[in-house]
Design a protein around this ligand. Structure first.
Ligand SMILES: [Zn+2]
Length: 176
């Protein structure tokens, strides 16, 4: 095995993550770009550190770690919906964990070799905010575990969406 081989082998990520990566958006082309000043104003220092400097909140410290309410978790920076409470589960890791995303087009995955680990970083596909990491030890049906910082998310409780659904079905009925 030559050096090139050794390097490639070391950097290889699991086929499952590779497949997932292929179905997600390429993070290089973010649709929404904010200035540093704008973000410093808009975000708390922790939200800024996590989303813009790839920081990690302390385990069990995040406001959404043990939240069980029904709703949608949006990117705290640009507001794009990323996760549903339906795919949230208790991984006991100390960070909000999800076994799936709402739409794979809304996230981008990148290899992260920081801290002497090979991990797959999850970023917002719209604005590039760092959200957390994804692992392959999640529960069924996907076997995927998105380990996400609360500080990167903004939760919207689902009362609004169910009201919207009611209005929508009323509209359908009236159109029939
Ligand atoms: Zn975003």
């Amino acid at each position: 095995m030559n050096i090139l081989h050794a390097v490639t082998a070391q950097q290889q990520i699991s086929p499952k993550l590779q497949k997932l990566q292929q179905t997600c958006k390429d993070g290089k082309e973010c649709r929404t770009v904010y200035s540093k000043e704008e973000l410093k104003e808009k975000l708390t220092p922790l939200q800024y550190r996590v989303t813009q400097e790839k920081g990690t909140e302390r385990a069990f410290s995040g406001e959404y770690n043990s939240l069980n309410a029904e709703g949608v978790y949006n990117c705290v920076v640009c507001g794009v919906p990323i996760f549903s409470s339906e795919s949230k589960f208790n991984s006991k890791s100390g960070w909000p964990s999800f076994y799936d995303v709402l739409d794979k087009d809304q996230i981008a995955l990148k290899q992260d070799v920081s801290n002497n680990m090979i991990r797959t970083e999850v970023t917002c596909g719209n604005c590039g905010a760092h959200l957390g990491h994804v692992f392959t030890d999640g529960p069924e049906p996907t076997g995927t575990r998105y380990c996400i910082n609360s500080a990167a998310l903004a939760f919207t409780q689902s009362t609004q969406s169910s009201k919207h659904n009611e209005e929508y079905s009323e509209k359908i009925k009236s159109e029939l």
